[in-house]
Design a protein around this ligand. Structure first.
Ligand SMILES: [Fe+2]
Length: 358
């Protein structure tokens, strides 16, 4: 067999190229939007990409699945519950895909998303049992994927799915779809692990059932431009331009200097936190656009005025400001330290009714 892990530093994602050296057939799992590296690898090594598989609908990057399938003639595979508007080959729990002698066995692992799958990699000439699992956003190294939309129900599914993966033998290697990024807070940064190591040392897997549900139901902020990215991955629109960009510089100001700066420039404050965070206390007069919805609400962001982008502690707002700058919003500035810094500096906050749903 041939196996290659691609690590994508901008998004913290991993994608995979798995091939049979006998039949020269290859599968690409969780391809990024830029499909050239997979095409180049296939050409250099004389493989034919025959299967393109996403472990789930991604919310933090635009998938290259349809582009790669179109470029290669490969089949495009998703779990049968994937809610998309384009044709695909549906996968069910227990299905097996064959690449020459290699077998990719589907394990339905809902929780992070309803259609999430993991893939067991079996190479029968070496062993009848799986030696690797591509665990998608279900099991990470040092963490687990959080339910995107599922709340307590999603957390319960996630728990059951992870218990299923933990029944695998200790030696099974774990290759997740993320090694960093917004999909889990505690990933250790290593790009792979084993079932045995995670069972023993993954802190989330040491929690009791009830503690796990409490932990997993506490969903972190939705990723930047998630609405536009999901819409693209569902085939509802093409917002490939909404991918986050890190390669631009944005100026920051400190909470101490912010009030005078705002006053002088009559600047707009743009709060990119979740509605509940905004309701609990925000810079007076701030406009609320959660970062997940930013790309779809750009018409509310002025270009002819200074815009101070604010979040909780300054991380999310910097990424959002970089994205805006990349699109030509040249007057964006980041508030260092976020709303917490603003409060700490003794400035007033405004509260509003909590939004009904996130
Ligand atoms: Fe995900």
């Amino acid at each position: 067999m041939y196996f290659k892990q691609f690590l994508h530093d901008e998004t913290g994602c991993a994608s995979y190229f798995i091939a049979s050296r006998q039949s020269r057939e290859a599968a690409v799992v969780d391809p990024q939007y830029d499909i050239q590296p997979y095409l180049d690898l296939a050409e250099e090594r004389h493989y034919r990409i025959t299967h393109v598989i996403d472990t789930h609908l991604h919310a933090d990057h635009v998938s290259g699945n349809r582009r790669l399938a179109a470029a290669t003639g490969a089949g495009l595979y998703l779990h049968e519950q994937a809610d998309v508007l384009f044709p695909f080959i549906p996968l069910r729990d227990g299905d097996e895909l064959h690449l020459g002698q290699l077998i990719l066995r589907v394990v339905h692992t809902p929780g992070h998303r309803p259609e999430a799958i993991s893939l067991l990699v079996i190479n029968p000439p070496r062993s009848p049992e799986p030696s690797m699992v591509l665990s998608g956003d279900t099991l990470f190294v040092g963490d687990v994927g959080r339910p995107d939309f599922g709340g307590v129900e999603g957390a319960a599914q996630e728990y059951a799915s992870i218990q299923r993966l933990l029944k695998l033998e200790d030696w099974v290697e774990v290759f997740p779809a993320h090694f960093e990024g917004a999909c889990g807070k505690g990933m250790c940064g290593r790009p792979s692990s084993t079932i045995g190591f995670e069972r023993r040392y993954n802190p989330v897997l040491q929690l009791s059932h009830d503690d796990f549900l409490r932990f997993a139901a506490d969903v972190p902020a939705r990723p930047l431009n998630m609405s536009a990215i999901l819409a693209t991955n569902r085939g509802e629109g093409d917002y490939a331009w909404a991918m986050p960009r890190d390669s631009v510089e944005v100026p920051s100001i400190s909470p101490a200097e912010a009030p005078a700066w705002l006053q002088e420039r009559q600047a707009l404050v743009l709060d990119v936190r979740e509605p509940g965070e905004y309701a609990a206390g925000h810079v007076p007069g701030a406009l609320s656009i959660p970062q997940a919805d930013l790309a779809l609400r750009l018409d509310e962001v002025p270009r002819d005025r200074e815009v101070l982008v604010v979040c909780q502690s300054g991380g999310r707002s910097l990424k959002a400001a970089k994205f805006l700058k990349h699109l030509g919003y040249n007057r964006v500035v980041n508030l260092e330290g976020g709303t917490l810094g603003w409060i700490k500096a003794g400035h007033p906050v405004e509260r509003s009714e909590p939004a009904a749903a996130r």
